[in-house]
Design a protein around this ligand. Structure first.
Ligand SMILES: Nc1ncnc2c1ncn2[C@@H]1O[C@H](COP(=O)(O)OP(=O)(O)OP(=O)(O)O)[C@@H](O)[C@H]1O
Length: 540
């Protein structure tokens, strides 16, 4: 079991101590049972002695103390495991290339980090109590054996049959659980789309009705799948409890027929069997919860490995020495191909040959879908090249130097994201934000307070200007902008092409911009046109 294996290898407390406490807890439960049986027998002959009362109190206190300790240790260890795993997955995401992330899918990564982690956390009480009750069952069974071998035979036979039946049904249940999970994932995707598409839904009533209708259908399928699983579990649970009552009936009515010695122990063995009903119920309830947690944990480890796969070499051999500001970036036959999708071959860019120099502005132009954004992802090392090389100042950028290379680049991509805190920007640079905000007409909207932007509630054009403020605060030697001016009004477009870009050139920055603004092509030192993933001959 993944959970037990991982807990054993990563536990901060001694696993033997946990096992000892679990056994002690089960012992105390069995002792309580024995004390009750003895007291009941003594009651027939005039009442239980004070020693028995004291023993009862001590065993009860021992049970409460060990249960508290086991639950506490399980909670600390499982939550620690989840926390470390979540951290590893987040790190894995940070280090993985964009292609791997695209393949995994944002929804899957998000649900692993939220729902799966929660599922593992939720199993803590059941893990602790379930383990205690499983050991208790064993001990009570031994106690029954001590009372009567015939009763023990009946209990063992029953337990073996119950476990075998239960195990066989578990396989079916696991399949049904996977189907229910797939349906639920589809539902989450649909709900996400419905929330993001509110504007479109409000502008077309028929679309809204169809979206809601579709969601209702997916929700119905999810409900059916989940209800079926819950019903099967409650049938399973009720079946096992019922079978146990039958067992008690067998002990009371049938066993005395085959053995003459059983009568004296009948009441005690029956009480012991009744004592097993609680733990059996807990174990039966714990199994699916722990099973779900196990499934979630296996998925989380698989995701962690997948994120690590292929990037291990980079992560393990990355040299942290910073790279000097690039004076020249050279692409030699550099290429990238998106993975094939359901038999359709993926779009490819390259082989690309180009040279970018510090203090120069290069414009990249080309029709929609010609590969400009893909080229930028490749240029900044967000996707692994399928061929060719990328060199900085005569040295090929290896996997090990890729992060150092990326650290020399600032970018505003077409699908950029704005963080409210000024992550990655040294506090000494925060005061520079004021003049930049003023230059880009944002000073009356946004301030920097304690290293955070006061607001991100801005128009599309304002947000893009704020993204440029962030890029300027980073003050890196290479700047990449993907259709930055597309959202700007004539004033800021003019400012961008006529003042901002020439200022970058004067500062010695290497600037690469994707743009369709042919009116300002003259501002660039070079214009490269793209078509079908390649630079058009004669441009540049
Ligand atoms: N994540 C992806 N997975 C697979 N294929 C993709 C992916 N992103 C883009 N593509 C494919 O790559 C091709 C080029 O896309 P890209 O975004 O690079 O073009 P572009 O020139 O930037 O277009 P636009 O001017 O419309 O932004 C497209 O035909 C698209 O189908």
């Amino acid at each position: 079991m993944t959970m037990i294996r991982q807990l054993r290898s990563e536990m901060s407390s001694n696993p033997r101590w946990l096992v000892f406490l679990t056994i002690l807890s089960a012992c105390s439960t069995t002792l309580i049972l024995a004390v009750i049986n003895i007291a009941a027998a003594q009651a027939q002959s005039g009442g239980a002695g004070i020693r028995l009362v004291l023993l009862f109190l001590v065993t009860t206190a021992l049970y409460a103390a060990t249960q508290k300790a086991v639950t506490g240790i399980c909670a600390t260890e499982v939550e620690g495991l989840v926390d470390r795993l979540r951290g590893d997955v987040v790190e894995g995401i940070r280090h993985s290339d964009m292609q791997s992330l695209d393949e995994i899918g944002q929804a899957k990564a998000f649900s692993a980090l939220t729902r799966d982690c929660q599922t593992v956390s939720r199993c803590v009480p059941m893990l602790a109590v379930g383990a205690q009750d499983a050991v208790t069952l064993l001990f009570v069974a031994l106690y029954v054996a001590w009372l009567s071998l015939a009763a023990f035979g009946a209990v063992t036979l029953f337990l073996v049959l119950a476990v075998m039946l239960h195990w066989r049904r578990m396989a079916d249940l696991r399949q049904e659980t996977s189907r229910a999970e797939a349906a639920e994932m589809e539902l989450f995707d649909g709900l996400g789309g419905m929330l993001r598409g509110q504007k479109e839904i409000r502008l077309n009533e028929q679309r809204g009705l169809e979206v809601v209708g579709d969601l209702a259908e997916i929700s119905r399928r999810t409900r059916m799948a989940k209800t079926a699983i819950k019903q099967r579990w409650s049938r399973e649970f009720a079946g096992i409890q019922l079978a146990f009552y039958v067992l008690v009936g067998v002990m009371v009515f049938v066993v005395p027929m085959v053995t003459t010695t059983f009568h004296t122990e009948a009441i005690q063995a029956t009480t012991a069997a009744m004592f097993m009903i609680g733990p059996i119920g807990t174990v039966v309830q714990a199994v699916p919860i722990i099973g779900d947690a196990e499934h979630a944990l296996t998925g989380l480890y698989a995701l962690k490995e997948r994120l690590r796969g292929g990037r291990a070499a980079e992560a393990e051999s990355t040299t942290t020495a910073p790279m000097a500001p690039p004076q020249e970036i050279v692409l030699s036959d550099l290429g990238y191909r998106y993975p094939d999708d359901k038999g359709e071959s993926g779009f490819s860019v390259g082989p690309l040959n180009a040279r970018f120099r510090a203090g120069e502005i290069t414009f990249i132009t080309g029709g929609n879908g010609s590969g400009k954004s893909t080229f930028l992802r490749l240029l900044v090392g967000l996707v692994p090249a399928s061929g060719g090389t990328l060199s900085v100042d005569g040295e090929i950028v290896t996997e090990a130097r890729m992060q150092a290379y990326r650290d020399t680049i600032s970018a505003v991509f077409s699908d950029y994201h704005l963080f409210r805190p000024l992550y990655g920007i040294a506090p000494e640079a925060w005061p520079n934000a004021g003049p930049l905000l003023e230059k880009l007409g944002l000073d009356r909207k946004v301030r920097v307070e304690d290293g955070r932007f006061s607001t991100l509630a801005l128009s599309a054009g304002q947000r893009k200007r704020l993204a440029l403020v962030v890029a300027e605060l980073e003050d890196k030697p290479v700047l990449i902008l993907d259709e930055w001016a597309a959202d700007q009004d004539p004033h800021f477009r003019h400012l961008f092409y006529e003042e901002i870009l020439p200022a970058y050139r004067a500062q010695g920055k290497m600037v690469i911009c994707v743009t369709h603004d042919d009116r300002w092509f003259g501002v660039a030192d070079r214009v490269l046109a793209m078509r079908e993933g390649a630079f058009v001959e004669g441009t540049g």
